[in-house]
Design a protein around this ligand. Structure first.
Ligand SMILES: Nc1ncnc2c1ncn2[C@@H]1O[C@H](COP(=O)(O)OP(=O)(O)OP(=O)(O)O)[C@@H](O)[C@H]1O
Ligand SMILES: [Mg+2]
Length: 323
């Protein structure tokens, strides 16, 4: 049964293509096919070409493909937990790429690996270099994967949800790093993501996949301004928006938005959710309480932690204390 069919796109040097689409539509399978990493069997490539710098990757012998992989094409895998070898230190796994593809000696490979770990935001990289994947948090493992993919400064980077497991600060660092490397080295990037904010920031073009096919493709600004496919429109409708103050804020569904004319006490999310519950609407409430559940005496009020919600800044401390 075909998983991916008639998928066609190109990425020029120094450009970024975003690949978006609902879960299971075939984004990772496309990326793995490009790297020739699909397990065959059961997978099978029935036809088509994957051109990279004038060479059809599908026609390359296995040793030649091994040379391309990790050196000229780097890949950040979606599953950092399963992509690292649990029996080897992360340092060994980064340095191995440099030894294999660049012929570096142990000392030089170690130095460059540690520098790369530092670049991707890993603190105390000398110590981390010696550790095994199970000793690292999910976010750190993801950064190790990113370091492995970038350490040889590839011509093409395939990044499959590269920042999903990272907090926003590190996410911003990684995106800045990708942008800088792209600027300095003319690296092309295929960026697989569900985050349209990242797409808008990083991608020159976007391709939308649905059920194994590309259903919509074009320049990022134009596509995001007038999406044609329902999936793209739905994704946009549920994406963070810029508020007038320039801060982003998740769009809440109508039931939890503050009614414009409501008094502050009646404007808590639970009040908006249960307008018929007089106790919840007029009395103090916690956003964790079921509508109508009275707040225990002395418990601080919890307000939504949203910068665009009037008065929320002054209640952040109380909200944190109550959390
Ligand atoms: N090794 C495999 N064996 C059998 N089916 C697979 C395998 N890998 C993926 N599939 C199937 O191929 C389809 C596409 O999967 P893929 O992982 O490419 O989705 P995706 O678009 O990357 O989704 P997500 O956004 O959740 O990562 C899915 O239906 C999936 O179940
Ligand atoms: Mg995937």
């Amino acid at each position: 049964m075909p998983v991916v069919e008639a998928v066609s796109f190109s990425i020029a040097a120094g450009r970024t293509l975003g690949l978006v689409g609902e879960s299971g539509c075939g984004k990772s399978v496309t990326a793995l096919a490009m790297m020739r990493l699909l397990p065959m069997p059961p997978a099978r490539i029935d036809g088509g070409r994957i051109w990279f710098d004038g060479v059809d990757l599908l026609a390359l012998a296995t040793p030649a493909m091994r040379q391309v992989r990790g050196d000229r094409i780097g890949m950040i895998f979606q599953e950092p937990m399963t992509s690292l070898n649990p029996t080897l230190t992360v340092g060994y796994q980064i340095a191995e790429v440099l030894r294999l593809h660049r012929g570096l000696g142990a000392v030089a490979a170690r130095e460059r690996s540690i520098e790369m770990l530092r670049l991707v935001g890993v603190g105390a990289p000398e110590r981390r270099f010696e550790q095994y994947p199970h000793q690292l948090s999910g976010g750190l493992r993801q950064r190790v994967m990113i370091a492995i993919a970038l350490v040889c400064h590839p011509d093409l980077l395939i990044a499959d949800e590269p920042t999903t497991a990272l907090d926003v600060t590190i996410q911003a660092q990684i995106l800045d790093l990708l942008r800088r490397l792209q600027r300095e080295m003319g690296m092309a990037i295929l960026l697989i993501t569900h985050d349209l904010g990242v797409v808008a920031e990083l991608c020159d073009e976007v391709a939308v996949m649905y059920a194994g096919r590309i259903v919509e493709q074009g320049a990022t600004a134009a596509l995001l301004a007038a999406p044609r496919h329902p999936y793209t429109a739905g994704l946009l409708a549920s994406s963070p928006r810029r508020t007038p103050r320039g801060r982003s804020c998740r769009r809440f569904p109508a039931w939890c938005r503050r009614p414009a004319s409501a008094a502050p006490a009646a404007a808590s999310p639970s009040a908006a959710r249960a307008p018929s519950s007089a106790a919840a609407a007029s009395g103090p409430s916690s956003s964790r309480s079921a509508p109508g559940t009275p707040r225990p005496a002395g418990t601080p009020r919890r307000e939504p932690r949203c910068s665009s919600w009037p008065g929320s800044r002054s209640t952040i401390a109380a909200a944190t204390a109550a959390a």
